[in-house]
Design a protein around this ligand. Structure first.
Ligand code: ADP
Ligand code: MG
Length: 661
């Protein structure tokens, strides 16, 4: 490119570079503000000169300033030196462990909180993205280190006795020419990316392999990487033309109630080279590939810009890569972008453009949240089975055996042998028609109320069976309680019939009315005493019986038989056992000594005036030592006190027996 032709291009690049640099300054100035909760973290890694590569003898065009900043010098015009500041800067001497421990390891713990995380390696081809992410057996990169730590973490957290059961699965895909290809199942073709109702990004049909050890991971990952490498050889550097995405899911299931489940996703992404393909003179297939790459990375740039400017529409759907990253950029993930740059002069423009992109990404704010719900089998938590961990393709193959499992009368997921005995999971057709009808009614009712997702008969079979089982158990429990209640009632009745005397001691039937006074036992009887009919009849037949009982609040008089002459009211008197008498007296005395004027008004034969006199007397002379002391209260004769005593003994003791408050 001659100097004249390159001048406008250079001016454009420098303007773009300056805008990126000024952004950095702005963000630095604004650093006094409280940092947003989950900004996309950006780290820059400068690779060393590669031995034997072109330009290795020239001085570098990038220089680190400190652990966060660097400068890029334009060797043709040193006035154009640009300074950048990021969350971290790793110089050419930095090790794989430095990058991992400094920028990646801290975000892994969020996966165990049910949150998402992603690590993206960005930069021009040859700047060290694959080295950073994958590394070599001697210098393992982010991917093997993260997997090693994550598996260790999940082993510890999911150990027996800990509250959560943890499992890890992996998927590995590449996006090549806007096609999503499953590297664990290369025959599966282009896969679609979808979003669920909660905004989670899914790829139906993508293989998920359960992994419990690093050996497991290698067993799946190495041949899958081989799939990519074969392509690379055939398609001429395809690996640098495609985006490689390793997805690791951590699934957590609570072992005890309330049986929550959490899912944390970790994306580890080795992006395709970000070099400007317009300058590379690509033709044919390479040009076509470049177009596709440019689409993805160009849209990635637009997404970052839209998020920065707070635009209402973020063009995630305009490319497969951004659609996949929807919950990692401006979404629910803790994200780290590692911008890889090279020191050689020939990389100058690509370095500046990569740094500008990184500077813009630094402004993106994510809002990570915990992805938590209740386990579908919350009624009977099951250990995550191998089958549930399989991808849909495997799941399809396994489906027939699963059907068998569900049909079986003793499913492996049943929680306890006792409940199995109570309710073997039955087919709808074998079910008790009454139960089926109730379920149908309930189903209809829920449907009519617009309840979604709760409909019993439209829920998956396994869950429906669990619900049916619970309903049955509740029914049995109710039956059992009813039987017990009946037994107790029968026992009480037989005891009362056998020992009627024990009852008489405490009932009002023994209490004779005072002369000239009709016994009113309406209040206490309203509440309690229920006597067997037989007993009432016995009492009615007894010589002295004139018994007043209340039935539904109405007085009814059982007359003594005509053969027995009525003894008249005068012969009635209060007959009480000495214990009851003492108890009644004590109650009255307590009221007299402790009760307010209002409480005293509640006693028989005590009106407003007498109540006040009693309280006044008490304040002057201290407490009453016996009920008869009332005679000393002004206006109360001995006769009045006696009448008061008898009237209140009767009603207080009736309250004690019949209506305890
Ligand atoms: P990219 O994936 O960005 O195209 P690579 O990771 O393939 O780049 O790196 C290109 C070359 O540079 C490889 O030979 C790689 O081993 C080497 N390299 C990259 N980064 C480093 C580094 N930090 N230290 C040593 N060699 C590196
Ligand atoms: Mg690479």
């Amino acid at each position: 490119m001659d100097a004249e032709a390159s001048a406008p291009l250079r001016r454009r690049e420098m303007a773009a570079a300056a805008s990126g640099a000024s952004r950095c300054r702005l963000s630095k100035m604004g650093s006094g503000r409280r940092p947003p909760p989950a900004r996309v973290r950006v780290a820059v890694r400068l690779r060393p000169f590669v031995e034997g590569a072109a330009g290795a003898s020239e001085p570098p065009c990038v220089r680190g300033l400190d652990s966060c900043s660097l400068e890029v010098a334009n060797w043709r015009n040193y006035q154009e030196t640009l300074k950048y500041q990021f969350d971290a800067f790793y110089g050419e001497r930095s090790s794989q462990q430095d990058i991992y421990a400094g920028s990646v390891q801290p975000i892994l713990r969020h996966l165990l909180e049910g949150q998402n995380a992603s690590v993206l390696a960005y930069g021009p081809t040859g700047a060290g993205k694959t080295h950073t992410m994958l590394g070599s057996p001697e210098q393992p990169g982010v991917i093997p280190r993260a997997l090693m730590d994550l598996l260790q973490l999940t082993r510890e957290e999911g150990a027996e006795g800990r509250p959560w059961d943890l499992s890890v699965t992996m998927s590995y895909l590449e996006i090549y020419q806007e096609k999503v290809l499953d590297l664990l199942d290369p025959a599966s073709g282009d896969l679609v990316i979808r979003e669920d109702y909660r905004g989670n990004i899914l790829i139906p049909g993508l293989t998920q392999k359960p992994i419990t050890s690093f050996a497991d991971f290698e067993r799946h990952f190495l041949p899958a990487s081989g799939n990519r490498t074969v392509g690379a050889t055939r398609l001429n550097q395809r690996s640098s033309r495609s985006h490689a995405v390793l997805l690791v899911k951590v699934d957590q299931r609570e072992r005890l109630a309330p049986f929550r489940q959490r899912e944390g996703k970790l994306y580890l992404i080795d992006l395709a080279g970000s070099e400007d393909n317009r300058r590379t003179g690509n033709q044919g297939l390479r040009l076509k590939e470049s177009g596709a790459i440019n689409t993805s990375l160009f849209v990635l740039g637009k997404v970052v810009d839209a998020l920065n400017k707070g635009l209402p529409r973020v063009p995630y759907r305009d490319s497969k890569l951004t659609r996949l990253l929807q919950d990692s950029l401006g979404g629910s993930a803790h994200s780290i972008l590692i911008a890889n740059i090279a020191p050689e002069r020939r990389f100058y423009l690509d370095t500046v453009s990569a740094l500008n992109f990184a500077a813009r990404s630094k402004e993106v704010i994510n809002r990570p949240f915990t992805n938590e719900s209740l386990q579908p089998h919350a009624l009977a938590p099951v250990k995550l089975s191998q089958k549930e961990l399989l991808g849909p393709s495997e799941a399809k193959k396994a489906r027939s055996s699963e059907e068998e499992e569900i049909e079986s009368p003793e499913p492996t997921a049943a929680p306890a042998p006792a409940s199995q005995k109570l309710s073997p999971l039955q087919k709808l057709s074998n079910m008790d028609p009454a139960m089926l009808e109730r379920l149908l009614n309930l189903d209809q009712l829920l449907g009519s109320q617009g309840c979604q997702g709760t409909s019993l008969l439209s829920t998956p079979r396994r869950e429906r069976m669990e619900l049916i089982k619970t309903v049955e158990q509740k029914d049995l429990e109710i039956e059992r309680l009813k039987m017990k209640q009946k037994e107790l009632e029968a026992k009480m009745m037989s005891q009362e019939a056998l020992h009627p005397k024990g009852k008489e001691n405490c009932t009002l039937t023994m209490l004779r009315p005072l002369p000239g006074r009709t016994v009113t036992v309406a209040k206490p009887l309203k509440k309690a005493v229920v006597m067997p009919l037989q007993l009432l009849q016995e009492q009615a037949a007894s010589p002295n019986a004139t018994i007043h009982i209340l039935k539904k609040g109405r007085k009814r008089k059982l007359e003594a038989p005509a053969s027995q002459p009525d003894q008249g009211e005068d012969c009635w008197d209060l007959e009480l056992s000495p214990e009851l008498l003492a108890l009644g007296r004590q109650k009255i005395l307590d009221l007299l000594n402790k009760g307010s004027a209002r409480d005293l008004r509640g006693l028989q034969r005590i009106g407003q005036k007498k109540a006040q006199l009693i309280v006044g007397w008490r304040e002057l002379h201290g407490p009453f030592s016996q009920v008869e002391d009332l005679e000393r209260v002004e206006g109360m004769s001995a006769k009045q006190v006696e009448t008061f005593l008898k009237a209140n003994l009767l009603s207080l003791l009736a309250g004690q027996r019949c209506a305890p408050r």
